[in-house]
Design a protein around this ligand. Structure first.
Ligand code: AHR
Length: 663
């Protein structure tokens, strides 16, 4: 420590005191330039990865959500194992307008790719005035905007002698044209057609209509429509508005693709990363255990690209070769339906895990690095973390497989930090066993999950104060208080004060789940609600964002003091070394205002004007599509003095940011 410390030596007293009170944490020069430490003041490092995001394809978060594809069941792979009433032509209508007639069937003899077995054969026998064809209305209404361009594509094959002319149109619900083009199908092998459609007006009930306007027979598959304006303009990209909401949080990391989606409903449903990369038509689609379909269009490449686009570290979570303990509907009877990959399949599975590292980080001419490069990303993605397992039941089958995976990655890739798992609850058998394994194997980080009432959070603000600093670090991978009212968000904010205070042992944290689509929601507390064209933010989102945007690298004690030592008032002070700002976070979960004393007498210099961001309202307030801004943070300026009392309104979360060092 001594050699690495770079103090402002103009004040010898403060240096001596720093060395006494700062324990074993080295002081950075910014810290020393900012604060004179007095007895009892402590600075602790805060993990730079503390505030991140958890993305799971639950609540239609991916297909029909963040993934900007507008066509539902584009590849005719929907089936009754996903929903009893679903079949290969779900969400498609067969069209024979006027007196036209023909045939439609779903085939699998000669697919585009073996991984994508079903396609449609369409025969136009009498085309009449309008043609014979199909219509898709998307996931919910397709909304289009005037003057915007949409990228249409589909794979086709001519099955008749004469080429077939097809009309590709966007229509409103009265059949009026918004945009259309004609395409010729003359190729006898599978071939992808691409065409841009620019709409002439806004429409909130758009359908894609494909009509064969000349006689003949064709095969078609992978019928796709994307807005050209995706996030960062990526082809096969993401909904701009939703992705931007993630970028706005400036998350340190994004965990994906779940959640229980990772370990799946039985071993056959585990999320296998290799099935989700490469050309779209070659990806292996499968049932989503939350009761719908995964096209895998948003796959590992797209997740990594999103992370890169918004400056977040990718944190993929891979199954620990066991399925969810609730597999096969056993959640109804308390589990355990956990299934394990047979031991004889483990060698191949271990290779699959190792191949992920090569795919993400290997050179563009390596076997798996080449697949990444062919997708348009020759540079490595810089993968640093891999999660193994998702809140699994800690059975002997889990333990043996987890250990094999852990040891294989550790020995082949010591540069990768592995995250273990500790069951679905904050305590109990799996929690103890998960932590036991982590300690024995010296796993660097352990993933904890819990969803609780707000009272649990406010009663457990000191949970991590007592964690053993010699043990693995914590990734609080999923947590939320049950609800999206202001009172829920404030309970989480109070708890997050404790995460910051323990940012030396809590390495990472992510609220869960992230997205929920209107009318397609499986989980009852979520961060961002959206429909086909807009989104609203919950108070919980605002809290997450305020913590992330006002993060610090050092936690400093005894500079902000609430008048109560525990709930309903909680506070933290952190130093943002990059900006030279001291940041005070103050939560009042009570129903009367609460005072916090901020004592800057040991701060060497500061601007007399500070910024104040405050989230407040009635405890039961929440946002909605109708009233999206009912609970939203407000920013203002305030004047400060050397020692002042900040009176936090009832039910509030306040962040005061003080410029403490001139840059
Ligand atoms: O976040 C929703 C679900 O909660 C996750 O899929 C699972 O890991 C947890 O039980």
């Amino acid at each position: 420590m001594k050699s690495s410390v770079s103090f402002n030596t103009s004040n010898i007293t403060s240096v001596v005191i720093c060395l006494i009170c700062m324990g074993c944490f080295p002081a950075s020069s910014v810290l020393a330039q900012t604060i004179e430490f007095k007895k009892g003041m402590v600075s602790k490092p805060i993990s730079d990865n503390l505030f991140g995001l958890f993305f799971e394809d639950i609540n239609y978060a991916a297909d029909g959500g963040l993934y900007a594809e507008l066509i539902q069941n584009r590849s005719f792979e929907y089936n009754p194992t996903e929903k009893r009433e679903w079949h290969a032509l779900s969400f498609w209508d067969y069209l024979t307008p006027g007196f036209s007639y023909g045939k439609i069937s779903v085939e699998s003899r000669e697919p585009v790719h073996v991984n994508n077995p079903h396609y449609v054969e369409l025969t136009a026998e009498f085309t009449g005035q309008e043609g014979v064809g199909m219509r898709n209305k998307g996931f919910s209404p397709i909304g289009v905007k005037s003057g915007e361009t949409y990228r249409f594509s589909m794979f086709t094959r001519l099955l008749s002698e004469e080429p077939v002319t097809m009309k590709v149109a966007l229509q409103d619900n009265l059949g009026r044209m918004l945009a259309w083009k004609e395409v010729q199908i003359s190729n006898t092998g599978w071939h992808q057609i691409e065409s841009n459609l620019t709409t002439i007006r806004d429409c909130d009930s758009t359908s894609l209509v494909l009509l064969a306007v000349t006689k003949g027979k064709i095969a078609l598959d992978m019928v796709s429509l994307f807005p050209e304006a995706t996030f960062k303009g990526r082809k096969n990209g993401l909904r701009t508005d939703l992705a931007q909401l993630l970028a706005d949080i400036k998350p340190a990391f994004i965990r994906f693709p779940g959640g229980c989606l990772v370990h799946g409903d039985g071993v056959g449903n585990m999320y296998r990363w290799k099935n989700t990369v490469g050309p779209l038509e070659q990806r292996v689609e499968q049932k989503n255990l939350w009761g719908y379909h995964q096209s895998m269009g948003l796959g590992y490449f797209e997740y990594f690209q999103l992370c890169e686009d918004i400056g977040a570290k990718p944190v993929p979570v891979l199954p620990a070769a066991v399925s969810c303990q609730n597999s096969g509907g056993t959640w109804r009877t308390g589990g355990t339906g956990q299934q394990a990959l047979p031991i004889e399949d483990m060698e191949e599975y271990l290779q699959e895990v190792l191949d992920l590292v090569e795919w993400a980080n290997g050179p563009a001419d390596s076997k798996w690095g080449r697949i990444r490069a062919e997708a348009g990303h020759p540079e490595p993605f810089g993968l640093k973390y891999i999660g193994i397992g998702n809140e699994d039941k800690i059975t002997p089958e889990f333990q043996s497989r987890f250990k094999m995976i852990y040891e294989a990655v550790k020995s082949a890739h010591p540069e990768i930090t592995i995250i273990g798992t500790s069951g679905p609850f904050s305590d109990g058998e799996d929690f103890e066993k998960g932590w036991g394994i982590a300690s024995t194997l010296e796993i660097p980080i352990v993933d904890e999950h819990y969803y609780k009432d707000p009272q649990w959070f406010t009663s457990n603000l000191k949970r991590y104060d007592a964690y053993d600093r010699t043990k693995p670090k914590v990734y609080l991978g999923e947590y939320a208080s049950w609800g999206n009212k202001l009172s829920n968000a404030l309970a989480e904010a109070a708890y997050m004060i404790g995460l910051e205070r323990n940012g030396d042992v809590v390495e990472m944290a992510s609220y869960a789940p992230l997205f929920a689509k209107k009318d397609f929601t499986q989980w009852r507390t979520d961060m961002i609600f959206f429909d086909h064209k807009k989104a609203f933010l919950t108070p919980n989102y605002h809290v997450q964002k305020m913590f992330s945007l006002h993060k610090g690298q050092k936690y400093i004690s005894n500079i902000v003091t609430p008048t109560t030592s525990d709930s309903p008032l909680s506070a933290s002070c952190v130093l943002d070394e990059n900006q030279g700002d001291l940041i005070f976070k103050m939560v009042n979960t009570g129903d009367v205002s609460g005072d916090f004393t901020i004592d800057l007498s040991k701060v060497k210099g500061y601007d007399a004007t500070a910024s104040l961001e405050i989230l407040t309202g009635a405890p039961g307030d929440e946002n909605s599509f109708e009233s999206p801004e009912k609970v939203a943070p407000k920013v203002s300026k305030m004047n400060i003095t050397k020692k002042f009392v900040y009176s936090a309104p009832p039910s509030s979360f306040s962040v005061i940011r003080i410029k403490a060092i001139k840059k």
